[in-house]
Design a protein around this ligand. Structure first.
Ligand code: NDP
Length: 286
């Protein structure tokens, strides 16, 4: 067997084209979607992600404001900026690029964002709404994963879905979304014992751990759908996932590549959430 590639890059392009048209429609109604991104410190990956977000906003004609703050920014200044952005009616979405420098309390900072501008979906309010099956903003990466599965008409109902990784950014919300689609979900993490026994039972295996090529073909079931969320930079500077793609693709039925899988979908979903925020705030029918 050779797995079919789940082409997130192409799907993201298609979605962005649709969103571009939607932005123009909103502009014709006098609504100008605007995303504010806050980056604290010098983290190289974060700088790269923020530039991607800025570039994609430009492509879609969404206004973007980027606040680049020094590493030693005090929590009170960051909170003050968030308060100002919450109050600013021109700003529809607010995103704090993670991870924050260690001296800042991430939960406290995220909690300060108005839930109606929380395009990343990480505030307790938005995560709570997800938990009660009434989402306001769905975190972008898990949302992108479900969108890929839908695009390829992969049925989740009654399937064994295994998610490795339990962050609020990826693993936990993704588990909730899979559960909502009636998959039987198992969550694994660094303390999980006999991981391979669990992954080998997965019809759908989603991996978000940040460990280069960690999943190999002996860890998966024949015909499994493998979603690789990991982004790791090798010693030689190459970007690879958490799954050993070349090995696993021979045994899986579907697989996301890295790059070109979940990554581009995450940004497309961020744009979608920003447009959703603009509509919410302008009370446009959604
Ligand atoms: P975190 O570091 O927050 O979480 C990693 C999770 O993996 C933790 O729950 C940890 O367990 C678990 N874990 C680590 N090692 C193992 C192991 N050996 N076996 C089982 N579980 C393990 O990472 P994120 O969720 O933020 O990101 C995960 C990966 O996804 C990263 O590579 C990141 O770059 C990528 N990512 C990609 C995105 C995209 O757009 N494609 C977006 C966001 C992230 P424990 O909780 O016990 O510590």
């Amino acid at each position: 067997m050779k797995a079919e590639i789940l082409d997130g890059k192409n799907l993201a392009l298609k979605i962005k084209e649709e969103l571009k048209r939607e932005v123009q429609d909103l502009k014709n109604q006098g609504i100008n979607p605007c995303l504010a991104v806050v980056l604290v410190g010098e983290n190289k990956s974060s700088q790269k992600y923020v530039s991607f977000k800025e570039k994609t906003c430009k492509e879609l004609d969404i206004k973007s404001l980027v606040f680049r703050l020094p590493e030693n920014t005090e929590e009170t200044s960051l909170i003050k900026l968030i308060d100002e952005l919450n109050e600013n009616s021109q700003v529809n979405g607010i995103l704090i690029q993670l991870p924050l420098p260690k001296h800042l309390n991430q939960n406290k900072v995220l909690e300060r964002i108005s839930p109606f501008k929380d395009v990343d979906g990480f505030t307790p309010f938005c995560l709570g709404r997800l938990l009660i099956d009434s989402p306001l903003f769905i975190p972008c990466t898990p949302k992108g994963v479900i969108r890929i599965l839908d695009e390829y008409k992969i049925n989740l109902e009654g399937k064994q879905a295994v998610v490795i990784g339990r962050s609020i950014i990826v693993g936990k919300p993704l588990s909730l979304l899979l559960l909502k689609r009636n998959a039987t979900v198992t969550m694994c993490h660094s303390k999980t014992m006999n991981l391979q026994d669990i992954t080998k039972k997965a019809d759908i295996l989603c991996v978000a751990i940040g460990r280069e090529k960690f999943i190999t073909s002996n860890m998966i079931k024949k015909g499994a759908v493998v979603i690789d969320i990991g982004i790791n930079v090798t010693a030689s500077g190459k970007v690879v996932g958490d799954v050993n793609f070349d090995d696993v693709k021979e045994k899986a039925s579907y697989i996301t590549p890295v790059p070109g899988g979940v990554g581009p979908m995450t940004i497309a979903m961020l744009m979608e959430n920003t447009i959703h925020a603009a509509k919410l705030q302008q009370r446009v029918a959604i």
